[in-house]
Unconditional design. Structure first.
Length: 328
């Protein structure tokens, strides 16, 4: 039986208006612009308006992706939203988005794999289309990380921002589309990066809130070491699975957590800076939205063109990691 080539039909992005700069953070915690830029590469991040939640950001990015794909919402068969900051536990953010878009024919669910969520969701969507079960799937990475960030903790509050990126996944011409996926997880590292409160283990109570369990916690040094290791290894694995080598990469689209982590991946892949998309200086780490935001910008700016070989690679809480080779 012929294998259906599956790829990206359209991309879209949305970031909130408000900017939180390093200078703003200097007024909030004991830090400074020089430290943040030299240790992370981040200069500012976007912060959602109090009236906005994750589904609102997802909605704006999805409208743009649908328009770019030349499709209407009622042509969608499935919506997958990758997020760790859903509007609420349930209904899922994907269901809230389905209603907002008027995507009446589509199924909808959220997927939780932290910053790797978008790559996990792309792999899931690709599987559904390859089996012939669905034709058009909206895949969104959207986050309001500002809502789970402790702005009195300088170890974390300098890193995160809000935003959304979306793509429509469907059948593409022969020779294009996803060539490989690598997905991984190591639950033994779950404590390195988590939000422990508000679930069934530590339900929200006045005490859990007083103890700050509703905020993201992170062991930055250990996550850093893990990230450097898996970014390189999963990127190489995805290339090998696709039958391609480092020289075939036109553009690396990495998760945007720390410029030093991205630089180590570039070194391992022998890639010059102009073959890598970096936008964390403007948006910080937007978890599952980082990769689709970077992809949508690269397409908008003409840096990613039809036929280009893209390598997407990410890591995150779980711990999780993932990579994919895509001929755009
Ligand atoms: N301003 C000034 N000083 C600071 C700040 C700050 N914002 N934050 C920490 N420091 C201090 C520390 O207290 C420490 O001081 P000490 O030596 O007196 O103890 C010193 O700076 C060095 O701290 P380190 O933690 O060693 O700094 P490092 O160079 O490792 O950078 C960072 C910290 C940026 C957090 C880095 O470890 C990192 O990027 N880790 C990866 C984080 C990441 O990728 N998270 C992904 C999240 S993905 C997801 O699923 C949400």
């Amino acid at each position: 039986m012929r294998e259906i080539p599956v790829g990206i039909l359209g991309t879209g992005k949305y970031v909130p208006e408000r900017r939180l700069t390093n200078q703003d953070l200097e007024q909030m915690v004991e830090t400074n612009d020089e430290w943040i830029v030299s240790r992370t590469g981040i200069r500012e991040r976007r912060i959602a308006d109090p009236a906005q939640a994750t589904s609102d950001l997802a909605y704006e990015a999805s409208l743009r992706a649908l328009q770019a794909a030349g499709l209407t919402a009622d042509q969608l068969d499935l919506i997958i939203v990758a997020t760790i900051t859903p509007d609420m536990f349930f209904p899922s953010t994907a269901c809230l988005l389905q209603e907002r878009l008027g995507a009446k024919q589509s199924a909808a669910f959220d997927l939780s794999a932290a910053c790797t969520g978008f790559i996990y969701a792309l792999a899931t969507a690709t599987g559904f289309i390859k089996t012939g079960m669905y034709r058009h799937i909206l895949v969104v990475g959207a986050e309001c990380l500002s809502r789970i960030t402790d702005y009195s903790d300088r170890n974390t509050c300098i890193l995160f921002g809000d935003g959304a990126g979306a793509v429509v996944v469907g059948e593409v011409a022969e020779g294009r589309g996803f060539r490989s996926f690598v997905l991984g997880a190591d639950g033994s590292g779950g404590e390195l990066l988590r939000m422990a409160g508000g679930g069934s283990r530590i339900p929200s109570t006045a005490q859990s809130v007083a103890e700050g369990r509703h905020f993201l916690e992170m062991n930055g040094r250990d996550v850093f070491k893990f990230a450097v290791r898996v970014m390189g290894s999963s990127a190489e694995e995805a290339l090998a699975k696709a039958g391609l080598g480092k020289n075939d990469i036109d553009l690396l689209i990495p998760h945007q957590a720390n410029v030093r982590i991205i630089q180590s991946a570039m070194e391992r892949l022998d890639l010059p800076e102009d073959k890598c998309v970096i936008n964390l200086d403007r948006y910080g780490n937007v978890s599952s939205a980082s990769i689709p935001l970077a992809l949508a910008e690269a397409v908008e700016e003409g840096r990613a063109k039809e036929g280009d070989c893209l390598l997407l690679v990410g890591f995150g809480g779980g711990l999780t990691w993932g990579a994919s080779v895509l001929i755009l």
